[in-house]
Ligand binder design. Structure first.
Ligand SMILES: [Zn+2]
Length: 288
């Protein structure tokens, strides 16, 4: 039996960093993988200095969507959907002047309806999104979490896997990067303790070393993400790693299954459901 997995993301390149190996494994096994991006990533940092005007942002958005198509092909995705919202931008996090059509500001109901339509059309078995912290707290990533839960409820999609990172692994990586003076600009090392999820919450730990080359190839499609800002970007840093090191660093992906009990040991197969926590703890959508 093949399954259909809809993987929902905020910006181009997020699909690789958090879920690329899992999606590649699922596609390789013959399952249908559909990639949905909320935004084109046009407000992200770029090395071209092209995020200034609206035309530049539109051009950058088109470039990033084309990169996303190539990345999706490298991962084996069957379809890519762009919901067309405006990237809220990392620099705008917490700022009161977000554009009204930015993804972070879009009414939850409207975005959830749009995603639910795709879930119904695809008859999705699994939806992937982000943990409740939006990983490192980007407003668009938090919104992905909220919209995904609301959409899954509308479309009666039974399983939602929230992509995350084992917080201890992030802490270790940040310490190494700090020592090497390679920490990307704007990273507040003291905030890392509230990023992503504690190991005790993780329901699935997926080994993806076997498809690490495909993950790397997909990451390399995001050429426009390679520079910008004041320091090296995550994607560029990872692509600089020798292949065996990349395989180690990017060889595991983590998920928290929404509304499920944490098993004694994380499950190794994304298609294996964690036991439901009971009707009272089913998907809860919060408008925030
Ligand atoms: Zn993102």
């Amino acid at each position: 039996m093949t399954a259909t997995i809809v993987s929902f993301h905020a910006h181009p390149d997020d699909e690789v960093l958090l879920t690329g190996g899992t999606l590649a494994r699922l596609a390789e096994a013959g399952h249908r993988v559909v990639l949905v991006t909320a935004t084109s990533g046009a407000a992200g940092l770029a090395d071209s200095g092209s995020s200034g005007g609206q035309t530049d942002a539109a051009q950058l958005g088109a470039v990033r969507l084309a990169e996303l198509e190539r990345s999706a092909a490298a991962l084996g995705c069957a379809r890519v959907v762009h919901l067309g919202y405006r990237d809220s931008g990392w620099s705008a996090v917490g700022a009161p002047d977000l554009a009204p059509d930015s993804f972070a500001r879009v009414p939850l109901d409207r975005a959830a309806d749009a995603l639910a339509e795709i879930l119904r059309e695809e008859n999705a078995d699994i939806l992937t999104a982000y943990d409740r912290n939006g990983g490192y707290g980007h407003l668009d990533h938090v919104k992905v979490h909220d919209v995904a839960l609301a959409a899954a409820e509308r479309a009666a999609t039974r399983r939602v896997l929230l992509a995350t990172v084992d917080r201890r692994v992030i802490g270790r990586a940040v310490r190494v990067l700090q020592t090497l003076r390679l920490l990307p600009a704007g990273t507040a090392a003291d905030r890392v303790g509230s990023w992503f999820c504690d190991r005790a919450e993780i329901t699935h730990r997926i080994r993806v070393r076997a498809v690490a080359d495909r993950k790397r190839a997909a990451l390399a499609c995001h050429v426009s993400q390679a520079g910008g800002g004041e320091g090296p970007r995550t994607a560029a840093l990872l692509l600089r790693l020798p292949r065996p090191v990349f395989r180690l660093v990017c060889g595991t992906e983590w998920f928290v299954e929404s509304g499920a009990l944490v098993p004694p040991r994380p499950l190794a197969d994304p298609l294996e459901p964690a036991a439901p926590a009971g009707p009272r703890l089913q998907l809860v959508a919060v408008d925030r």
